[in-house]
Design a protein. Structure first.
Length: 202
């Protein structure tokens, strides 16, 4: 129910992104161009010092649609990821951060009203910031809460898409030391280290 609320809210908030979607910056000249040129292999290419796994995946999938649909096909997956972030924050796993579900929904609405969202929202070029925010959100989970399957998937994609996630390494190390759920916190910690190493080597 909350997912559909935020779906409606963000559709109204950024209707122009659906009505007149645009290809922004690296979306066209890098991700889409290389997706057409190199196909699936483009997903594993490094650019500007790190891998852009999610933007490249979105661009590659978009190439299977008619060319006139391309801007919209780049926009929709990025919008859905942001809505998943807002919806996840409303779960009871974050009750130690904000006790009331109503407060967490209100916080999600305030986040969606951010002025900077005009550039960041709804395009693959900037989706790594949204994914990093999602990963940071996982650091705010209740101490003993276990990640959901969705968390593992989006956290893995976040870590594989941008170098900013390295800044969150101390948070996951702290959670690993302080919680009983060693496996999940250890997974996130090791994955951040692994991709930081890959980024350096690439």
């Amino acid at each position: 129910m909350i997912f559909f609320f935020f779906l409606f809210w963000m559709s109204a908030r950024a209707w122009e992104r659906f009505y007149n979607p645009q290809i922004l910056s690296e979306d066209g000249r890098t991700f889409v161009t290389e997706a057409f040129q190199n196909g699936f292999q483009s997903i594993f290419s490094s650019y500007a010092g790190y891998f852009h796994t999610v933007p490249r995946m979105v661009a590659w999938i978009a190439t299977f649609f008619p060319i006139e649909w391309l801007p919209l096909m780049l926009t929709v997956p990025c919008v859905l990821i942001f809505i998943l972030l807002l919806t996840r924050f409303c779960d009871d796993d974050f009750s130690e951060f904000l006790a009331s579900k109503q407060e967490r929904i209100a916080a999600g609405i305030l986040l969606s009203l951010s002025p900077g969202l005009y550039e960041v929202f709804g395009n693959p070029t900037n989706i790594h910031w949204i994914l990093t925010l999602y990963l940071g959100l996982l650091c705010l989970r209740n101490k003993e809460s276990s990640p959901k399957i969705q968390d593992y998937i989006l956290a893995t994609l976040a870590i594989a898409s941008g170098g900013e996630c390295l800044a969150l390494l101390p948070c996951f190390v702290w959670r690993y030391l302080k919680t009983k759920n060693k496996k999940s916190e250890g997974y996130f910690t090791l994955l951040i280290l692994a991709f930081a190493t890959l980024n350096i080597l690439s």
